[in-house]
Ligand binder design. Structure first.
Ligand code: GLN
Length: 280
C-alpha cells in the first residue's frame, strides 16, 4: 500500500495496515475500528488479527473516499459532541467542538424547568446535548430540512432524550409563544468564502453553512423574529463567525435586547453572542 494505492488485500494484519495506511494514523485507526468493530485498545492487543475479505474490501473503499477528501465523520456515520455520540450524514453539518460553547451557555441561561427552542438543529446536537444535561428542560428543535429531522429524531432516541421536532423555515411553523431560551447555530459563512470549497466543508450541506449572502442574514432573521417568541427576560444565544461578533452585538442592541455580550471559544475567538429580551 502506498500513498496512492488504497487497496487492502484480504488477510492483511491490522499491524501491517497501520504501518502502510495511505491516510493519517489517527484516521486509519478510526476507519479500522469502524470496519472491524474493534475498540482502540483491541486494535492494539489484536494487531496480528487478519482482515476478512469483506473487511478488506470495505476498508479499501473507505481509504479511497478519504483520499478524495470525504470527512471521517461521514465515512463512519458518527461524531462525538459534548460527550454524546451522534449519527451524521451529508444531510447535516458535522458537529464542531466550537459549538460546545453554545451548549454550555444554553445550560447556564435556561431557567429551571424552562422551555428552549433550537433553530436549525441539523443533527440535533445542540438540542440533545442541552436536554441531556438539563433533563428538567423542555426542548423544541426545528429545521427546514426533512432529511435532517430524520437524523435528529434518531439521535434523540439514541441518546435517550425527549425533543419535540418541528419542520419549519425559521419561525414560519412555530406556534408556541414564550420560550425561556432560543439558541441557534445558523448558516453564517459569507457566500463565495473560499472555505466553502476546501476540506470537509465541500461535503457538508451548503445551506447549513452559508446564507448565500453576507453571512448575517439568517442571524438577522433570528434576532428580529425571536422577540415575538421569547418570554420576558429570556435569552437569545447565537453562534457566529470569527469576525461577526461586533455586527451581531449591534444587531441585538438595535432590536432592543438587553445585556448584549459575546463569549469566546477555547481558541479565544468571540464565537457566541446574545442578549436578553425585556418586554418592559
Ligand atoms: N463553524 C462552521 C465552520 O466555519 C460553520 C457553521 C455554520 O455556518 N453555522 O466551518
Amino acid at each position: 500500500m502506498s500513498l496512492k494505492d488504497a487497496s487492502v488485500a484480504a488477510g492483511t494484519t491490522i499491524a501491517a495496515i497501520m504501518q502502510r495506511a495511505p491516510v493519517a494514523q489517527l484516521e486509519a485507526r478510526i476507519l479500522l475500528g469502524h470496519v472491524t468493530q474493534l475498540s482502540r485498545v483491541q486494535l492494539i492487543t489484536q494487531s496480528e488479527r487478519a482482515l476478512t475479505a469483506d473487511e478488506a474490501q470495505q476498508l479499501s473503499q473507505l481509504f479511497v473516499r478519504r483520499l478524495a477528501g470525504e470527512p471521517i465523520a461521514y465515512l463512519t456515520g458518527e461524531r462525538e459532541f459534548f460527550g454524546l455520540s451522534f449519527k451524521v450524514s451529508p444531510a447535516v453539518l458535522i458537529p464542531r467542538p466550537d459549538t460546545e460553547l453554545l451548549v454550555e451557555l444554553a445550560i447556564q441561561h435556561l431557567p429551571p424547568q424552562g422551555r428552549a427552542l433550537d433553530m436549525g438543529t441539523g443533527s440535533g446536537a445542540i438540542a440533545i446535548a442541552l436536554v441531556h444535561a438539563r433533563p428538567d428542560a423542555g426542548i423544541t428543535a426545528l429545521d427546514v430540512s426533512a432529511e435532517a429531522l430524520v437524523i435528529a429524531t434518531d439521535n434523540a432516541s439514541k441518546n435517550h432524550v425527549q425533543v419535540e421536532f418541528l419542520r419549519s423555515d425559521w419561525f414560519s411553523a412555530v406556534n408556541t409563544q414564550h420560550f425561556d431560551l432560543i439558541v441557534s447555530n445558523p448558516p453564517y459563512i459569507v457566500q463565495g468564502d473560499p472555505h466553502l470549497s476546501e476540506g470537509d466543508l465541500r461535503f457538508e450541506p451548503v445551506d447549513a453553512l452559508t446564507d448565500h449572502g453576507n453571512g448575517l442574514s439568517d442571524l438577522h432573521t433570528i434576532t428580529s423574529g425571536a422577540r415575538q417568541y421569547l418570554a420576558s427576560g429570556a435569552w437569545l444565544l447565537m453562534e457566529h463567525g470569527y469576525d461577526q461578533a461586533a455586527a451581531v452585538r449591534e444587531m441585538l442592541s438595535a432590536h432592543g435586547y438587553a445585556e448584549v455580550q459575546s463569549w469566546r471559544d477555547l481558541a479565544g475567538i468571540e464565537r457566541v453572542s446574545g442578549g436578553r429580551y425585556d418586554a418592559a
